[in-house]
Design a protein around this ligand. Structure first.
Ligand SMILES: [Zn+2]
Length: 519
């Protein structure tokens, strides 16, 4: 489960649109022996390996992640699946990461250090080398019809020094309140754009928080992982540097409080010393990762694909502690492995699925759903013929709300795109008897879980999905998410529910309809 939410607006679902449909019949007798072959003991055996210390927390692009990919591949091979990625087991993809090579600012005969005296976001910044460069102080850096920080100031080829914030009225409210879709020039991005338009070479923003950034340590020195094609900006935005009060004082001879007072009283700051030298140089790393795919060919509906997914990456080693990710999402990974094995057993007994089933474990989830995004942007099987994605992300634990009644699973997204999926899943659940908790399916729920795991990438392409989830708990994204804390009988029960649902969707005469479009 990804930690940060995506910025996507929510729409409420209407009363009639959310009404439940009638339940169809399932054939539990055929599926039952295979569902029951998904046992707590087998799941446990695999999870102690997937979430063992030798996998080093499976961070995307690390040897631990590649080791996990090999383990899943070996399992798929052994049970007799076919390679699912154009004759290969892995669908490779490259991610990129910017790193800081070198940066330094010299002013007033002193050298100021990156990460201590100032910092800069790496992602949108360009390499920069400046010799002696004049600095001008432009207050809040706002320039609109009613307010101009740049009055009488020529910023061309200079460094613009700014303070954070915006002018307030007599009641202490913003003079230029936020209006959706109407930039007032008061946000940092607007201020940089304004400075760029005035020909500034760079922007320094004085920030009282710079003294605390040392705590971020090496995280300041690299960006997150991203796909190379994401950089699209064509307009000129100057590099920006957040500078601490020491550097600000070296330039202006004033404290941050004095600078702020001068801006409020509309007084100019007459003398600002130049920067003697500035360097900022980045490097770029390629990080290789992959999704692992195995396919079980269908017997007669050979053009249609049922997907069962989980992410096998986790967050790696943080501050020297291995984050094993047993629940997140080792639990989903071993469930996919065991479901594949159960379907293979059925196939060998002449009860193979009518539709193809693709078992896919993805990487990059914790970095922003990157593996599933890569797959859905580079699909190996047509998304128009992909009938469903049943995604499992964290099903091995009990959340605090269910400590007294642990026989549950959260079901999310099941009614968003097809009216047929919820009745199918509920009928399947008659075989296992879990309490299906739809709490997080509410589009107004602030946790926004629907947007936070890999199924969402399929849903964006109008593939109906179900997301199975146990909720968050004290060890979520912590070093305590270990295999000895998993509730194995409950993990098995939840994996069996997904199996029964997959069985029905893969075997029913007609593919499920896409007849809804809920957010
Ligand atoms: Zn997670």
């Amino acid at each position: 489960m990804r930690k940060f939410t995506l910025a996507i607006s929510l729409l409420a679902c209407g009363a009639t649109a959310c009404a439940q449909m009638a339940k169809p019949a399932v054939k539990p007798v055929a599926a039952s022996p295979y569902a029951k072959s998904i046992t707590a003991a087998e799941l446990k055996k695999h999870l102690y390996i997937i979430a063992g210390d030798e996998m080093q927390g499976r961070e995307t692009g690390t040897p631990g992640q590649h080791k996990a990919a090999k383990y899943i591949t070996e399992h798929f091979k052994r049970i007799g699946l076919e390679p699912g990625a154009n004759g290969q087991w892995e669908q490779p993809f490259s991610l990129w990461q910017d790193t800081l090579k070198e940066s330094r600012i010299t002013a007033g005969g002193k050298v100021f250090e990156f990460g201590k005296d100032y910092y800069a976001g790496l992602r949108d910044q360009k390499d920069q080398t400046l010799g002696q460069t004049p600095v001008v102080f432009a207050g809040y850096g706002i320039s609109n019809e009613q307010y101009d920080s740049y009055k009488g100031i020529d910023a061309t080829d200079k460094i613009v020094l700014l303070i954070e914030g915006e002018p307030l009225n007599a009641d202490g409210k913003p003079l230029f309140p936020k209006v959706e879709g109407q930039p007032q020039g008061t946000q940092l991005r607007d201020k940089l754009r304004t400075a760029g338009g005035k020909g500034a070479k760079a922007v320094f923003v004085v920030s009282a928080n710079v003294s605390q950034i040392g705590r971020m340590g090496s995280r300041l020195m690299r960006t997150g992982l991203y796909f190379r094609d994401e950089i699209t900006t064509m307009e000129y935005i100057p590099n920006s540097y957040f500078i601490g009060t020491d550097l600000a004082t070296a330039l202006t001879g004033k404290s941050l409080a004095e600078l702020t007072a001068a801006v409020k009283e509309s007084k100019a700051v007459a003398t600002v010393a130049p920067v003697t030298a500035l360097t900022f140089t980045k490097g770029k790393l390629e990080v290789k990762s992959s999704n692992v795919l195995g396919i079980l060919p269908g017997t007669d509906k050979k053009d249609e694909y049922v997907f069962v997914t989980a992410h096998y990456d986790h967050i790696g080693v943080i501050n020297g502690k291995i984050h094993n990710g047993a629940d997140d999402d080792g639990s989903g990974t071993v469930s996919v492995m065991m479901m594949a094995e159960a379907f293979m057993k059925a196939k060998k007994a002449g009860k193979g699925p009518r539709r193809n089933i693709v078992f896919m474990t993805v990487a990059g989830e914790e970095k922003g759903l990157l593996g599933s995004r890569y797959y859905t942007e580079h699909p190996i099987y047509p998304l128009s013929n992909t009938v469903v994605d049943l995604n499992i992300d964290m099903i091995g634990r009990i959340d605090p709300e269910h400590e007294k009644d642990s026989n549950y699973v959260y079901v999310i997204g099941d009614n968003k795109l097809s009216s047929e999926l919820r009745p199918i899943n509920e009928a399947a659940n008659e075989q296992v008897g879990l309490k299906l908790d739809y709490k997080y399916n509410d589009p107004n729920d602030p946790n926004r879980f629907y947007y936070r795991s890999d199924h969402y990438m399929f849903a964006q392409h109008k593939v109906p999905i179900i997301f199975y989830f146990n909720g968050v708990h004290v060890d979520y994204h912590g070093a305590g998410d270990k295999p000895d804390k998993i509730h194995y009988p409950m993990l098995a029960k939840r994996a069996q529910l997904v199996f029964y649902t997959a069985w029905e969707v893969a075997n029913r005469p007609d593919r499920i309809k896409v007849d809804r479009n809920e957010k």
